[in-house]
Design a protein around this ligand. Structure first.
Ligand SMILES: [Ca+2]
Length: 156
């Protein structure tokens, strides 16, 4: 009985982290690994790491000039980003996406983009494939609040 419970809890952990051994078509299992996340600051306890913790209930929030940076495990070829915005079913979060190979020189991958304002879930934004070791989202507030950027989850 104890063994069964342990196995069941182990399986639920695997399901949450997306480490499925079936190699199925679950998109989350194929997301690019992020080894570090940082930002130019945050509001209260809404830290940068909240944008990659797998929960839509936690967020990174910053006002006015806002950026959040994602460091990958070496060189990656990116062609999309998924973004879930805080109150994403009420507000359109405005952002740009920049990518870099050295963390110093940045190239714009997505310019003057915004979430739909119709969902709290991850939304997918595609762009021309580009090699990158780093990616950065610049937030420009929402259609409701010009100063606040709030992002609950990001995946590449
Ligand atoms: Ca989160």
């Amino acid at each position: 009985m104890k063994k069964t419970l342990l196995f069941a809890s182990l399986m639920s952990v695997l399901a949450v982290t997306g480490c499925s051994s079936t190699g199925g078509s679950d998109a989350s299992a194929a997301s690019t690994a992020i080894v570090n996340v940082s930002s130019n600051g945050h509001d209260k306890n809404h830290e940068a790491r909240n944008a990659v913790d797998g929960s839509l209930k936690t967020r990174w929030a910053q006002r006015d000039e806002a950026w959040i940076q994602f460091d990958f495990d070496g060189e990656q070829t990116l062609s999309h980003v998924q973004v879930a915005a805080f109150k994403g079913d009420e507000r359109k979060q405005k952002f740009d996406l920049e990518v870099s190979m050295d963390g110093k020189t940045w190239t714009t991958a997505l310019k003057e983009t915004a979430t739909s304002g119709t969902t709290k879930e991850l939304e997918r934004f595609e762009f021309a494939p580009v090699k990158a070791k780093y990616a950065r989202i610049n937030g420009y507030g929402t259609d409701v609040s010009k100063s606040w950027t709030g992002i609950t989850e990001v995946q590449f």
